[in-house]
Design a protein around this ligand. Structure first.
Ligand SMILES: Cc1cc2nc3c(=O)[nH]c(=O)nc-3n(C[C@H](O)[C@H](O)[C@H](O)COP(=O)(O)O)c2cc1C
Length: 407
């Protein structure tokens, strides 16, 4: 294994720190770069040249990323030649650009959440030839569906390091893959041998300036599961066994071959889960309340073999058409016995991912007397309840999927 500190290179390698003391880390700068490296397509300076040395510096940094077997299997194609850029741009245009431009034109002036992305994506497609450098990270290896981590898994992390190193130097990049399905054509243009896989096309230019911001994403608590799939905690304490004070929860998700509005029409019905859940029996609006709308209340009936039948009054706390429907068991989320949510993420317009979540507490619930009676069994009680919820919630998302996908 040879380190990339090349004594024979005229280019300085001082940009790859030989040692770095983490005690002196400037966390704000590091996190700033990590959080604001955006897909830049509109603010690319197409007139300012990008020196090769800067690109190679970024690749040196990126090559510090981990690789399976500690082998040097990544290769980087830097496209500078105008004819080569034109050939790739034509491919990009045929494969995706045309579609992006028509999507941009269709969405222009609408409130659709993809309006901005499409404006930016279409702009890149129209100007790809003019971008100073196109960088294509490649890997010796192919997707072989073996499920084993292969060589392929040794390149994505480095390619992203390249984007970060570029951002730290005032350059802008965009992660694009739209061209990759034209595999034979790319290989022919770039003379990439069989056995090597290109994994992205990164347009690289200086940015025309201005700030780049972090963007809203789901919180770590929402997308992180502890110990087993689907188990969430809003406040997991790493020192103690599971407890209700940690606000444990459960999340199930399913991809549905139907558009968001069709799924919304099902999940915004407060009784939909009664068709599938073994516990939830149905719900009725509280007299004088006509939902669904934030603040509206309904009474739900539940049944459990160990508890019998009971009823709870819930208040709708989230209602965003085609996106989010949630309620608190009780009057509000701060004092709720539990908080339930349906969420719909649109996938490419005509499909969606349905997400169903529950958070237990912070208010008292049916679990409270059981935990008070058997405090030493709290972890077990919490675990069982998460399992029960997960099983019923899975039945519900599968049931909604079946209904939504029925023509
Ligand atoms: C796997 C992958 C493929 C992508 N392919 C393209 C593409 O072909 N063209 C494009 O303009 N953007 C592409 N993007 C960029 C996304 O559209 C972009 O990440 C999204 O708009 C969010 O913007 P952000 O990266 O600034 O957060 C891709 C991103 C990823 C992760």
């Amino acid at each position: 294994m040879r380190l990339t500190i090349r004594m024979d290179s005229p280019r300085s390698t001082e940009h790859v720190p030989a040692r770095y003391d983490v005690e002196t880390v400037d966390l704000a700068s590091v996190d700033g770069v990590l959080s604001t490296t955006r897909s830049v397509r509109l603010r690319l300076d197409l007139d300012r040249p990008v020196p090769n040395d800067v690109l190679l510096d970024c690749i040196d940094i990126a090559e510090q990323g981990p690789g399976g077997g500690n082998q040097s299997s990544r290769r980087w194609l830097i496209i500078r030649d105008k004819a080569q850029k034109e050939a790739l741009s034509d491919l990009y245009w045929e494969g995706a650009g045309k579609w992006m431009v028509s999507a941009r034109d269709k969405l222009a002036g609408t409130e659709h959440r993809n309006t901005r992305v499409m404006r930016s994506a279409a702009h890149l497609a129209e100007h790809l030839t003019e971008v100073p450098a196109l960088v294509i990270p490649c890997i010796w290896g192919v997707h072989d569906d073996s499920k084993k981590p292969g060589l392929f898994d040794s390149v994505v992390q480095s390619a992203w390091s390249f984007c970060l190193a570029a951002r730290a130097r005032g350059l802008a990049t965009a992660w694009t893959t739209a061209i990759l399905n034209q595999d034979a054509e790319i290989r022919e243009i770039l003379e990439i041998p069989e056995g090597v896989t290109p994994i992205a096309l990164l347009p690289v230019a200086y940015s025309t300036g201005g700030d780049f911001a972090s963007v809203p994403r789901r919180s770590a608590e929402e997308v992180s599961y502890f110990d087993k799939w689907g188990r969430t905690y809003e406040d997991r304490d790493d020192q103690s066994p599971r407890s209700i004070a940690e606000r444990p929860g459960a999340t199930v998700e399913i991809d549905i071959d139907a558009p968001p509005d069709k799924v919304w029409s099902l999940i915004s019905d407060i009784s939909v889960s009664a068709q599938f859940s073994e516990e939830f029996q149905g719900a009725e609006w509280v007299e004088g309340h006509h939902g669904p709308a934030v603040g509206a209340q309904f009474v739900g009936t539940n049944r459990h073999p160990a508890i019998g039948e009971w009823q709870t009054t819930s208040t709708i706390t989230a209602f965003v058409e085609n996106e989010q429907f949630g309620w608190a068991v009780g009057d509000d989320e701060e004092t709720a016995a539990a908080r339930w949510r349906w969420e719909i993420d649109e996938l490419h317009g005509h499909r969606c991912r349905l997400r169903h979540t529950v958070r237990l507490g912070p208010g008292p619930s049916g679990l409270t007397p059981a935990i008070e009676a058997m405090p030493d069994k709290e972890a077990l009680i919490v675990d069982r309840r998460q399992q029960e919820h997960l099983a019923n919630m899975r039945r519900c998302v599968e049931g909604v999927k079946a209904l939504a996908e029925t023509p």
